[in-house]
Design a binder for this molecule. Structure first.
Ligand code: CA
Length: 222
């Protein structure tokens, strides 16, 4: 969403951003911008600081009480204080007017990348198997699987690499770390634990052995 009272600039941004493939919504003053932003429907705000009604910093302050949506401030050339307070109040970034559209687009991409990096990994699903890394829960057909930390990590790694056969070495490195110094058959032992808790318990075949290579969970699930 673009919150900008200068109609020409707002229109320009709408055209350019739409051209880049973003869906754009405009708000021409601070209060409308805040109301729309609080709806939670937007992925990112371009927020002018000098706005009628509520100014941009006040919009940001109120918004931050309820939302961590990325906000890029559009500030005037000499408004150093606005930039400092804006960042203090949780703006992701700012651009100084006049700005080039290329610079703005780069900052938008960076702000969206930052947001994605903060966001916990999405739940992984494969057939009846579901694993939620953020909540550290795993289930099969809605029934909880009680997994140890390493079992969970092993299952997560297999699910994240669905349809890719992972060697024992690759699994050792990803799950136990580069400098693991224990028994190399630990992978097979833990695969066996997972099979007891999933395959045996539910009478399915989730984890496949590729003889002489390693292990894989296949896309179709069970
Ligand atoms: Ca303005």
């Amino acid at each position: 969403m673009v919150v900008e009272d200068e109609a020409r600039l707002a229109r320009f941004l709408e055209l350019e951003l739409t051209h880049e493939g973003y869906a754009v919504s405009l708000a021409e003053d601070g209060r409308k911008g805040l109301d729309k932003a609080l709806s939670g429907e937007y992925n990112l705000l371009l927020l002018d600081v000098m706005l009628p009604g509520l100014n941009g910093l006040e919009v940001l302050r109120r918004l931050r009480a309820a939302s961590d949506v990325p906000v890029i401030l559009l500030t005037a050339r000499d408004a150093v204080m606005d930039k400092v307070s804006g960042l203090d109040m949780g703006a992701s970034d700012y651009v100084t007017k006049p700005f080039s559209i290329e610079e703005l687009l780069a900052r938008i991409r960076a702000a969206l990348r930052q947001r994605d990096a903060r966001r916990p990994a999405a739940p992984l699903r494969c057939g009846a198997l579901e694993l939620d890394p953020a909540r550290h829960t795993a289930s099969f057909g809605g029934q909880d699987l009680t997994l140890t930390f390493k079992e969970f990590l092993l299952l997560q790694t297999l699910l994240e690499n669905r349809d890719i056969v992972l060697t024992r070495d690759a699994l050792l490195e990803k799950v136990w770390g580069y400098d693991y110094a224990g028994e190399t058959n630990v992978v097979d032992v833990y695969i066996r634990y997972l099979r007891q808790k999933i395959d045996d318990r539910f009478g399915v075949k989730v984890i496949h052995t590729v003889r002489g290579v390693g292990y894989v969970i296949k896309g179709g699930g069970t």
